[in-house]
Write a protein that binds this ligand. Structure first.
Ligand code: PLP
Length: 409
């Protein structure tokens, strides 16, 4: 975004023109930023068999999935419909990692039929997989390495009480099932959480996987998951990808030598690739003064961006309409009948009804976690590409709210 003569521009359009064309609330994604993040990721890991599997749960618009494919990035999916959206976007089934969590076995069978790379996260499913396919279909195993990784407890997925993966302490049981059914284990996987800042945390997990890998003779890849931290505040510590690459690549090389085969190195970044590329544009509906605080009510709420309420996530907010305005403190709140506060006591350039606010760093887990709570429509999505802003999803309307309801009375 550029500021020229007190007006914000995105590509060749002023923010006012964007509002007039597309309305608010609007998710807006910058393709250039996504491509830059992909490049930075590739540069950090100098390994010939590097494969990036974009965690599409973070942002699953088909145009984003196409952009990934055009830039040599595959997909990580957690449901059949996600994985099938990947096919619609032109990804090959074999390049889609399918990691469902604790699902009925028919969802895994369906994934096998479609040709996705299956990732199994529990022992009963591994056993069923063996009974059903023997050595005919390969699968990957999601290991829970029992690591407390980054972020707050709601986004940690690799500790000993987490529902995800098969405990590393159950390796003997895994081996017994694999040997009994002759299952071809072609990959080992971990994803220990989001917002991991410490290189050591990844290395700890990597060492556990290298150690366990010796139990499986037919591996093609090791998948180190996602969880790379981006900055939500200027002073936030982020994952130093170059430092991680400098530590992980030689360790991986050494492991491959000992293993006797050059394996592929997989990652599943979500946030890192798309978070900073996205913002949510809103309009200030009211400004309400109480004896205690000043509220800005916006045309959005937790139904559009739930991260601040669900994870206590901080998102920077900018008043794009009044860049020179006097700075005052506001509580920025949504229109949902819940306490859906985007920001408490936040300094903003003076907000007037009708001003356009941008919630930044909203590309990941924004639209994809949106809902119709309070019978509110989901927002529109747009893409900034080659200086042009293009609509990539229509705003929902009353018909969408009623779409699947069946009147029986
Ligand atoms: N891989 C798996 C299995 C996940 O569950 C997630 C996020 O929940 C990711 C990758 C992506 O995480 P992040 O967006 O923090 O990189």
């Amino acid at each position: 975004m550029k500021l020229k003569q007190n007006t914000h521009y995105l590509g060749n359009k002023s923010i006012e023109e964007i509002r007039n064309t597309f309305g608010t609330p609007l998710y807006l994604y910058d393709t250039e930023k996504i491509v830059a993040q992909i490049k930075q990721f590739k540069n950090a890991f100098n390994w010939p068999g590097l494969k990036i599997k974009f965690a599409m749960k973070s942002l699953s618009n088909i145009n984003i999935l196409k952009l990934m494919q055009q830039n040599g990035v595959d997909l990580d999916a957690v449901s059949l419909y996600e994985a099938e959206t990947g096919l619609l976007a032109g990804h090959e089934a074999k390049n889609i990692m399918y990691t469902p969590s604790g699902v009925k076995f028919n969802e895994i069978e369906e994934g096998v039929k479609k040709g996705f790379q299956i990732n199994i996260d529990n022992l009963p499913s591994l056993k069923k997989f063996g009974e059903t396919y023997g050595n005919k279909v390969p699968c990957c195993i999601r290991i829970n390495p029992h690591i407390k990784a980054g972020g707050n407890h709601k986004i940690q997925t690799g500790h000993k009480d987490s529902k995800f993966g098969i405990s590393l302490l159950q390796i003997d049981e895994i081996k017994a099932v694999v040997e009994h059914y002759q299952i071809r284990i072609n990959g080992l996987h971990m994803h220990t959480g989001s917002e991991i800042t410490e290189v050591d945390t990844y290395m700890q997990g990597a060492k556990i996987l290298f150690d366990l890998a010796k139990n499986f003779k037919e591996l093609d890849f090791i998948d180190f998951g996602g969880g790379f931290k981006v900055a939500y505040k200027a002073e936030d510590k982020t994952t130093d990808l170059d430092a991680l690459g400098a530590a992980l690549v030689p360790a991986f090389e050494q492991f491959c030598k000992e293993y006797g085969k050059e394996l592929e190195m997989w990652f599943e970044p979500g946030k890192f690739l798309v978070s900073e590329a996205g913002m949510l544009l809103l309009e200030a509906s009211i400004v309400k003064q109480t004896p205690y605080s000043t509220f800005v009510g916006v045309d959005s709420g937790l139904n559009h961006l739930i991260r601040p309420m669900m994870y206590d996530a901080y998102h920077e907010i900018v008043n794009l309409s009044n860049p020179g305005g006097l700075v005052k403190n506001y509580n920025v709140v949504g229109y949902i009948c819940e306490t859906d506060t985007f920001a408490w006591d936040r300094p903003l350039n003076e907000v007037r009804p009708g001003d356009i606010l941008a919630i930044k760093n909203a590309g990941a887990y924004g639209f994809s976690m949106s809902s119709n709570y309070n019978s509110r429509p989901r927002p529109a999505e747009a893409l900034l590409i080659d200086g042009e802003v293009k609509l990539i999803r229509q705003r929902e309307n009353m018909q969408d709210i009623m779409k699947n309801q069946i009147e029986v009375l």
